[in-house]
Design a protein around this ligand. Sequence first.
Ligand SMILES: [Zn+2]
Length: 385
Amino acid sequence: MKPRVLEILKRLMAFDTVSSESNMALIEYVRDLLLTQGIESLIVKDETGKKANLFASTGPKALPGILLSGHTDVVPAAGQAWTFPAFQATVQDGRIYGRGSCDMKGFIALAIDAMLDAAGHSLSRPLQLALSHDEEIGCVGVRRLLDVLHLAPVRPFLCMIGEPTNMQFVLGHKGKGSYRTYCRGLEAHSSLAPHSVNAIHVACDFIAALRESQRQLQEQGARDADYDVPYTTVHVGQIGGGRALNIVPNLCTVDFEVRNLPADNLEQILAQMQERAEVIVREAKKLSSVAAIEIETVNVYPGLDTHPSVEAVRFLKNFAAPDTGTAKVSFGTEGGLFNHRLDVPVVVCGPGSIEQAHKPDEFIEISQMEAGERFLEGLLGSLKH
Ligand SMILES: [Zn+2]
């Protein structure tokens, strides 16, 4: 591994960029580093001004670029049994330990190094870098950056998201919608229960409706055998309601998620759930007009489904190891958002394994960093005139 890559990685890992914290210090470090080679950065801050995305480009401005993308935030280390310091890179036994080494500051270090390298050359296409914040809490931060890039006159030729895939090509993942449902009833003394509307009972009917949706999706929805669970899933993860046994409850919340195959339309699925909710409410309203089911969207990100034969995939294959396969994965990435907002083909490919992500003593194999380095060297070599 190039000493400069390790140096950059060490600096990146020393910033505590847990999603709840500011990532400004890291962003400013990257901005200043790119500027040493004359590369200007576009900084897109969030509404608090404490977090930011960064976009930078080097090479001919008018042509579609190769966009390397990563998220700067990491999951918390607190509460995990770490034997290595979490926010410091420890190099030992062919591995680099520390939070974010594999998810995904290792890739970011490689991408920055490639940008610095590219700056000194004349390129046939631009090489670009996009860094986001708040990916780990639902791909929140990158949306503002995409709002800006969406308006640019030229879209990238392809986007490579460097999430840890052991440098395999991940071309698909499911989308996800998370929702909080407020089921409302009418409070009353429990002895008068039949004259009132029990919010927990309404919630139970709604959950039964969600399970009916799941059954239908499983039997009649899209199927994709590349996934462990080859259909769209519906799942209730949390439920809350009631104050005391002798009170008919007036509120029950139901948190559920839909993880959809890209071929199943999330909005249609939700509209159908809404219809089922209306049937339940119509019945409950016979007892009280306050009966209601309100579904609130907490977070949505789209799935990814890049076709293996698109030009972007064939182009990137030129720089991959001969045994590189294509796969679909169960975890989500910002890839679906890049694809939907910018209409750009997305390949998820980066060093390290998702097995090591989010765990105590997270690490990346140096051999994986080297594989990533070879890949980007080949890619950059092909762009140099
Ligand atoms: Zn990640």
